[in-house]
Design a protein around this ligand. Structure first.
Ligand code: SF4
Length: 351
């Protein structure tokens, strides 16, 4: 299929004649990439926007790569100084030593799967694609089935550290490695990673990490991008990256969730029980590794928090059966202040 010229960039599109809305959409994508500007693009359902988005972005990246190659050739032929004079059509100097990584983020894994399926159907199916997913989706260890993601993380780390997870160990075996290598250039979604893991009895989670080395496009759920802790833990570098948020109207909700935390009465009761236990142990052993005054103070604070919540009156109505209320963000500070937690003592550390 011949390339289509969209906004000065050759784009491989699977159909000879894209519809006018697809051409307009791709043109806007390329305009924002060329000018390094953010774009909010909307297109009605069923107009093939995921395909248009992927083709336009990958066409632009391919063009960037070709410009890089031309720069390198000029460097080789005429010395480095000439490449600095090589300019793109916007008059910008060719400084393309870093080809941008495309990060494609969606809210759910099923949306990511759909986007990966579109990529597989496109002319760009040869690009190296990666996927970031958690152990919750990818762990196949039977002992971890049904555990929460947090538990899976803790148990997995411990097993891996002790070299006790046979699935992880098998991944590194010289017999399996070449078979896995043969999947290296495939675009694998969660289901396919799981199938490979189950077939060869090797860990799909670490397999996905292996496959994420040097991808050209990487798919991930929103929270991997939006939550700085998760982003840093996964070493996701946004510098020079093209970030695509699919269905971006969901971003606000995900940001809200990543900045929120839930504390249940049971958790508070458990915390009080654990602190009681710690105080007893400290008294029994006579140890002062942790000053007992600090532990007692923590006990008083958590108990005060429990009493505060127990005294709250909830107005339940048929429309609002849980009696939930909404307050401005700093309301939480006033609650914490009533139990003696404020900016000054929040960082109280054990010397
Ligand atoms: S290494 Fe893989 S299979 Fe083993 S516990 Fe961790 S995530 Fe599960």
């Amino acid at each position: 299929m011949p390339d289509i010229n969209i906004n000065g960039i050759p784009v491989k599109f699977p159909f000879p004649e894209p519809y006018v809305p697809q051409i307009n959409y791709m043109s806007k994508v390329i305009e924002s990439l060329k000018t390094s500007k953010n774009a909010v693009l909307e297109s009605p359902t069923g107009t093939g926007k995921t395909l248009s988005l992927l083709c336009a972005t990958l066409g632009w990246v391919e063009n960037e790569k070709q410009m890089q190659q031309r720069c390198d050739e000029i460097d080789e032929a005429d010395g480095a100084s000439l490449s600095a004079m090589f300019e793109d059509e916007n008059g910008a100097c060719c400084d393309l030593n870093q080809i941008p990584l495309i990060i494609y983020a969606s809210r759910t894994h099923s949306q990511l799967k759909q986007a990966m399926d579109e990529l597989k159907r496109s002319e760009y199916k040869y690009v190296k694609a990666g996927l970031i997913a958690s152990r919750e989706q990818l762990c196949i260890h039977p002992k971890l089935t049904g555990k929460t993601n947090a538990d899976k993380m803790t148990m997995c780390r411990s097993l891996v550290q002790k070299k006790k997870c046979e699935y992880k160990e098998r991944l590194d075996s010289p017999l399996i490695y070449p078979i896995l290598k043969s999947h290296e250039n495939q675009i694998l979604d969660i289901e396919e990673l799981g199938n490979i893991g189950n077939k060869y009895k090797c860990c799909p989670y670490y397999l996905s990490k292996e496959m994420n080395k040097k991808p050209e496009i990487i798919f991930m759920p929103y929270n991997y991008l939006l939550d700085p802790k998760i982003r840093n833990a996964n070493q996701i570098d946004l510098k020079n990256a093209v970030v695509i948020f699919d269905e971006a109207h969901n971003v606000e909700k995900v940001c809200e969730q990543s900045a929120s935390t839930f504390i249940t009465s049971t958790q508070i009761d458990t915390a009080i029980g654990n602190i009681d236990h710690a105080i007893n142990k400290l008294n029994e052993s006579g140890s002062r590794d942790i000053p007992i005054e600090i532990v007692r103070r923590l006990h008083t604070t958590i108990k005060a928090l429990k009493e505060y919540f127990d005294d709250l009156t909830l107005t339940r109505t048929p429309i609002n059966p849980t009696g939930s209320t909404t307050h401005p963000g700093d309301f939480i500070h006033s609650i914490l202040k009533t139990v003696d937690i404020d900016d000054e003592n929040v960082n109280c550390t054990i010397e």
